[in-house]
Design a protein around this ligand. Structure first.
Ligand code: SAM
Ligand code: SF4
Length: 441
């Protein structure tokens, strides 16, 4: 038998890329590849890229530059670029970087095995088409090997919302939901392999709509409830949600579906109606606040997180004050915040009124200070409370295990005999900057 070939994947960007990387590794497993942890060992190096903010392509070129010497030592080494930069700039990459053998866009991963074979025979392969087939279904079925207690599962891809700043509708294509039966099958398979918590992924996961086994249209809430019936699946999460797709039944599920964790990532982007309109977000500050109230009425202890962009074209100080006021009003558990980054091809890129970089930086510092304080307050408020913790791996100290709380905080507990996959009640005793500590109940 021939030696297994070795694959190194470097993943940039969101959780959907993490999931895609796992699936690509599995697909190439069928071609005799096993995954390795360092590029030095590899026969093929894949960069799974992200295009959401500036300098994405430059990062890819400089990473390729750093890795170039490996090719001198191992002439058979193959390089591939996958993900959203591949989709947006595939041809350009092929032209500028002769060492790249393979470029594959996010909708074409199921063609990887065939592309790899071509590359092995000395060709260069490029595929950035957006075929309408379900790439995950076409990919090799996931192997039965045991795996850790948490997993991502992509249920929806692409986006039809066209926010004025965002490349996703162009790099990931139109919104598509995977069929219910395939999602349920993949979830059962993951649970058989030891998974106890599944995070459903989608660029707009709560826009999920697909035909259920009863022939009816199922939204995300129905899907969550069906997943909750899988006995050994203990926890369900989903991300990322758009405020406009937060339907009543999904809010209700947060109130009455025990396995659905009390955490919701619901990006608002700005607190100014003027800017939201220019962003083409199609929700207002008031509609967002009303939504938060309804969600909190259904699940009072829910942790709300979000995304913010500061320095969007024409954002004034008054607009930024509106954002700060909204943050005060919502009181977030955790957030991501970014400086606006002009993306070629998006509507906002060609607008006037670009905010000077130093103004945007100052706003970001101020916003992040407030969000950081809120995050700390939320964590400190956990001290003394009982939470569920799903343990994932040993901690740094002897006898210590780390897991995630219902609210997605990392929790450290020292206790002999705890195993990855154990779900236990824990009393929180301490709050650090990024994690909590507790004792088993
Ligand atoms: N679909 C999700 C939503 O609507 O909230 C977000 C998906 S996007 C991959 C993740 C986050 O990246 C966005 O919420 C936004 O805050 C940020 N983002 C997207 N485009 C950006 C840009 N051009 N500049 C800065 N941040 C950006
Ligand atoms: Fe991008 Fe807006 Fe779609 Fe989110 S909803 S992926 S921010 S276009």
């Amino acid at each position: 038998m021939s030696e297994p070939k070795k694959l190194f994947i470097k993943t940039y960007g969101c959780q959907m890329n993490v999931y895609d990387s796992e699936r690509m590794a599995e697909a190439l497993g069928g071609q005799g590849y096993t995954e390795v942890a360092s590029p030095e060992e590899a026969d093929m190096i894949l960069l799974n890229t992200c295009h959401i903010r500036e300098k994405a392509a430059e990062k890819v070129y400089s990473e390729l530059g750093r890795l170039r010497h490996l090719k001198a030592a191992k002439p058979d080494l193959k390089f591939g670029v996958a993900g959203c930069v591949a989709q947006a700039e595939g041809r350009e990459i092929m032209l500028r970087q002769p060492m790249v053998d393979l470029v594959v866009g996010p909708q074409s991963y199921h063609r990887l095995p065939e592309m790899e074979a071509r590359v092995r025979s000395g060709e260069r392969a490029l595929d950035t088409e957006m075929p309408e087939e379900d790439k995950f279904e076409k990919l090799k079925h996931r192997p039965k090997a045991k795996r850790g207690p948490t997993a991502f599962l992509t249920v929806q891809e692409g986006c039809d919302k066209f926010c004025a700043f965002c490349v996703v509708p162009y790099t990931r294509g139109a919104e598509v939901s995977r069929p219910v039966d395939r999602v349920l099958r993949e979830a059962r398979d993951l649970v058989e392999r030891g998974v106890r918590e599944i995070t459903l992924l989608g660029q707009n996961v709560n826009a999920y709509h697909s035909e259920g086994p009863d022939g009816r249209d199922w939204g995300l809430a129905r899907l969550v409830r069906a997943l909750a019936e899988i006995d050994d699946l203990k926890r369900i999460r989903f991300t990322t949600s758009h405020p406009n797709d937060m339907e009543d039944d999904l809010i209700a599920a947060h109130g009455d579906c025990e396995k659905l964790m009390p955490y919701l990532h619901l990006p608002v982007q700005s607190g100014s109606d003027r800017i939201l309109k220019r962003m083409n977000r199609s929700h207002t500050r008031d509609s967002y606040m009303a939504l938060i109230e309804r969600i909190r009425a259904a699940r009072p202890d829910i942790a709300i997180s979000g995304d913010f962009i500061v320095g969007f074209p024409e954002e004034t100080d008054a607009d930024f004050r509106d954002t700060m006021a909204l943050v005060e009003q919502v009181n977030y558990a955790a957030c991501f915040s970014f400086k606006y980054s002009s993306r070629p091809g998006t509507p906002a890129a060609d607008r006037g009124g670009q905010v000077p970089a130093e103004v945007a930086s100052a706003r970001l510092i101020e916003l992040q200070a407030l969000l950081g304080r809120q995050q700390q307050d939320f964590m400190r408020a956990m001290v003394g409370r009982e939470v569920g913790v799903l343990f994932e791996k040993p901690g740094r100290h002897a006898g210590q295990m780390v897991g995630k709380s219902d609210h997605l905080h990392a929790v450290h507990v020292t206790s002999e005999g705890l195993q990855p996959g154990d779900l236990r009640r824990v009393r929180i005793t301490e709050a650090g900057t990024n994690s909590l500590a507790g004792v088993l109940l």
